[in-house]
Design a protein around this ligand. Structure first.
Ligand code: KG4
Ligand code: ZN
Length: 333
């Protein structure tokens, strides 16, 4: 079964063909990051307009590289959550192709796509597992007990982990997207140089909060001035360590409490080198869950993960009809 995945929920126009939900036959991602960079974040109107320009060539490239339209058995598309105008472009493209080719269509939740990205790796996770989805818009813990069976255990009260990176980077005068810049500068920096507060969320100890951390960084910079050279590296390493520490503390707590033997990282922030390293180190140290890391190229937004989620949904008999619409606020339980 060869599924064409289409993803346009934010600032990446992506298409991929995946066989049997595991083997990537083609994978095309056209990023708009140059367009949004000078605004320091994604501008929804510009994102939609650029998806319209990119979506046909990107899909065509992915389909041709996988053997042409005759090789495709079904179409999967991100139909939420995300920017509504951006989602509509992919949804409309997918509906048109499914109609023209007379193939099944399935609308996919973007977060389920992220959760299942690890299935594209050499050792796909077995259920049940704890999924930590960390991206620019989401920071959530899921107990995944089967395809389509996800229980939300905790999420952020304010900023997402990716936003904590991006807003922190902006404050330090670093280029967008900030997570990549902080990750790079933090290498070689002293993670203990600056002590940042560990966020406490009253009442719900599997929820996250990152806004206090951003404020603490702002205060530090006001007090000490903007550092450069080694000082900037130290500050980035310390700030990154505070985010990573908070993420892993809750993830390990949830895995332990819900007796989930595996921890799967997902989302753009799962590309962070320190998060990947610390997850493996801490799991080994605490006899914690087995840590499964998706390849870096499948952490950020891509369409291969959408094809995986689509394949599994189709296998369960799910289908979307020709009236499929974008659902910008679609929650994954
Ligand atoms: O999953 P994604 O590509 O898009 C969303 O669905 O949001 O995630 C984007 C986020 C951005 O906030 C970006 O700064 C962050 O992922 N990110 C990183 C790294 N690479 C991307 N954060 C920390 N370290 C990285 N290496
Ligand atoms: Zn995403």
């Amino acid at each position: 079964m060869r599924v064409l995945g289409i993803e346009t929920s934010c600032d990446e126009t992506a298409a991929a063909v995946v066989e049997d939900g595991r083997r990537v036959l083609s994978d095309v991602v056209a990023t708009q990051f140059e367009i949004h960079r000078r605004f320091g974040g994604v501008v929804p109107e510009l994102a939609s307009r650029n998806h319209v320009v990119q979506v046909v060539p990107v899909v065509d490239q992915a389909v041709q590289a996988a053997g042409g339209p005759g090789a495709i058995d079904a179409v999967a598309v991100t139909s939420g959550p995300g920017l509504v105008g951006a989602l509509l472009v992919g949804v409309q493209m997918a509906k048109a192709l499914a109609l023209a080719w007379d193939k099944p269509l399935i609308g996919v939740n973007h977060l389920e796509g992220h959760l299942l990205a690890a299935f594209l790796g050499e050792t796909p996770p077995a259920f049940p597992f704890l999924g930590l989805v960390v991206s620019g818009g989401h920071t959530s813990l899921y107990a995944a007990r089967g395809f389509g069976d996800y229980q939300l255990l905790g999420s952020t009260r304010d900023d997402a982990a990716g936003e904590a990176f991006d807003k922190g980077a902006k404050l330090l005068g670093l280029p967008y997207p900030g997570g990549v810049a902080i990750d790079r500068l933090a290498r070689g920096g002293d993670r203990m140089a600056v002590k940042f507060p560990r966020p406490v969320v009253k009442g719900a100890d599997l929820d996250f909060s990152f806004s206090g951390l951003k404020t603490a960084l702002l205060h530090w910079v006001r007090q000490h001035g903007l550092p450069s050279g080694a000082g900037l590296s130290d500050l980035c390493a310390s700030y990154q360590e505070a985010i990573v520490g908070a993420l892993l503390q809750k993830a390990f707590r949830a895995a332990h409490r819900f007796e989930l033997p595996r921890l799967v990282l997902a989302g753009g922030v799962a590309a962070n080198s320190r998060l990947r390293e610390a997850a493996v180190e801490q799991a080994a140290g605490q006899h914690g869950p087995q840590v499964i890391l998706p390849a870096v190229r499948f952490c950020g937004d891509n369409a291969a993960m959408i094809a995986v989620a689509g394949t599994e949904a189709l296998a369960r008999g799910l289908r979307s009809g020709p009236t499929l619409n974008a659902d910008p606020g679609w929650r994954l339980h």
